[in-house]
Design a protein around this ligand. Structure first.
Ligand SMILES: C[S@@+](CC[C@H](N)C(=O)[O-])C[C@H]1O[C@@H](n2cnc3c(N)ncnc32)[C@H](O)[C@@H]1O
Length: 196
């Protein structure tokens, strides 16, 4: 598969991102992450959530992004507790030594062109009982999701409701188990790979 950056997934500027997500560790706790779990931060960007995974002392942390510049920034924040992967997200299973407990993707799924195909790759990357956690912007116009006085986030046509996400992800064999509100503008959807 040839590599491709997903459209409309450029890393936001750090000033408003830190304002919007002041406590990423508490977001991860709300999304049921527990310290014993091995986790992939898929499309990790500059490491805003990866750093929080380190803080939460996840058993094993992988962080993947295709942008080397982002990985360098992320590595500066989150350090050597993370196994860094420079790759296309769609090749995820190829880069993991063994299946993991959680694949976490934040602020990126809206831009993936073939979302069910990516979910199938996530399925392969998960242990039985493992979780796929998707954090997305709620459906709204950027003018309704302002941070530091400016419209923020992807255009409304790209945003998805939790139900839309589940209709796209469940055909990959993953079951919806939880939808969590992440104020002010986001939600998290958690899917589980069935136990065999
Ligand atoms: C909007 S940023 C989100 C970063 C981080 N998840 C967060 O919420 O803070 C999206 C990231 O996805 C990465 N990305 C886009 N397409 C990708 C692909 N095909 N494979 C891997 N990474 C990709 C971009 O380089 C960017 O760093």
């Amino acid at each position: 598969m040839s590599k491709m950056f997903f459209p409309s997934t450029t890393m936001p500027a750090a000033d408003w991102w830190k304002m919007l997500w002041p406590d990423p560790a508490s977001v991860l706790r709300k999304l049921t992450l527990k310290p014993h779990m091995s986790v992939v931060d898929l499309c990790c960007g500059d490491g805003h959530f990866t750093e929080a995974l380190v803080k939460l002392q996840q058993a094993e942390i992988f962080a993947l992004d295709m942008d080397r510049e982002m990985l360098t920034l992320a590595q500066g924040r989150a350090g050597n507790a993370v196994q860094w992967i420079e790759a296309d997200a769609r090749d995820l299973p190829t880069y993991l030594p063994k299946p993991v407990d959680v694949v976490f993707i934040a602020n990126t799924f809206h831009g993936v062109p073939e979302q069910t195909a990516l979910a199938r790759q996530v399925f392969k990357a998960l242990k039985p009982g493992g979780l796929f956690v998707v954090v997305n912007w709620h459906v709204a116009a950027p003018t309704e999701t302002r941070v530091l006085g400016q419209p923020r986030g992807p255009r409304k046509g790209l945003r998805m409701s939790p139900i839309e996400v589940s209709k796209i992800v469940e055909p990959a064999g993953l079951e919806l188990i939880q939808v969590t509100e992440l104020l002010p503008y986001h939600y998290g959807v958690i899917f589980q790979k069935p136990e065999v």
